[in-house]
Design a protein around this ligand. Structure first.
Ligand code: PLP
Length: 239
């Protein structure tokens, strides 16, 4: 069982074959013991979808894990998330309101726990990816026009002290990820957003990371410029 997880992880690493692409294991609904199997081989970054589940796992697992939150974020959970010392990244941001809440709560948390961060605000910074609804599906999270992300980019680049713009994330439609086309239209759209952020904000391309690609579509995502693939099923098995 545990060797399966390691073999799966290594098999996907072998397919990536590109050091600028992070393989992020997504461990939602899977026990902490499954995470430990990979952790013990040196993997330190994991993605979770639910704040409550993340809090529980964060409490029972080693504190040098870097957690990535990739799920839909409700306003009333922003504080709980901001109070996780080893939260590295939030990828599913889709409003200025969320950003302001997280910034305020992280600032409060730092003020009361500076020693946890070696008295350096830079150690408390949370990386932020803005989620883009590239497929414009009504039920999906994320913003769906460049105009909509401008206030968030302005806040991140001009005001936030505890949040740092790190890139863009998309899930993409099931149809686009399962058809035979050479190119996934959603990944293409995310690439266009990246170019526009680069042009309008003068942020170097290598500082605008694209999180795209899951178990069934990561190979196309890598070909289309992904910097991070989020893999659950193909590593930990079906949920
Ligand atoms: C669950 C989930 C994943 C992993 O999906 P798999 O198809 O199991 O690899 C990736 N990204 C997000 C946002 C998810 O919710």
């Amino acid at each position: 069982m545990s060797s399966n997880i390691i073999n799966n992880y290594n098999r996907i690493l072998g397919k990536i074959n590109n050091s600028s692409v992070l393989l992020l294991p997504v461990s939602k609904f899977k026990p902490s013991s499954d995470i430990l199997v990979l952790y013990n081989t040196g993997v330190k970054q994991f993605g979770e979808n639910y704040v409550q589940e993340l809090i529980q796992k964060q409490a029972e697992l080693p504190k040098d894990i870097k957690w990535f939150f990739i799920g839909q974020l409700q306003s009333n959970k922003c504080k709980d998330l901001a109070y996780l010392s080893n939260l590295n990244t939030i990828e599913s941001i889709n409003s200025l309101k969320q950003l302001k809440k997280i910034e305020q709560h992280r600032s409060d948390y730092y003020a009361a726990n500076a020693a946890l961060f070696g008295n350096s605000t830079s150690n408390a910074i949370i990386n932020i990816k803005i989620q883009i609804n590239t497929s414009q599906e009504a039920q999906k999270g994320g913003l769906s026009s460049f105009e909509d992300i401008i206030p968030l980019l302005d806040f991140l680049t001009k005001e936030a002290k505890f949040l740092k713009f790190d890139g863009l994330m998309t899930i993409g439609s099931f149809t686009n990820s399962t058809n035979d086309d050479e190119i996934n239209q959603d990944f293409e759209v995310l690439g266009q957003y990246k170019k526009k952020v680069n042009q309008e904000y003068n942020i170097p391309l290598e500082e605008i990371k694209l999180s795209m690609g899951m178990s069934h579509d990561f190979e196309k995502a890598i070909k289309q410029g992904s910097n991070e693939i989020r893999i659950g099923t193909d590593i930990f098995g079906s949920r």
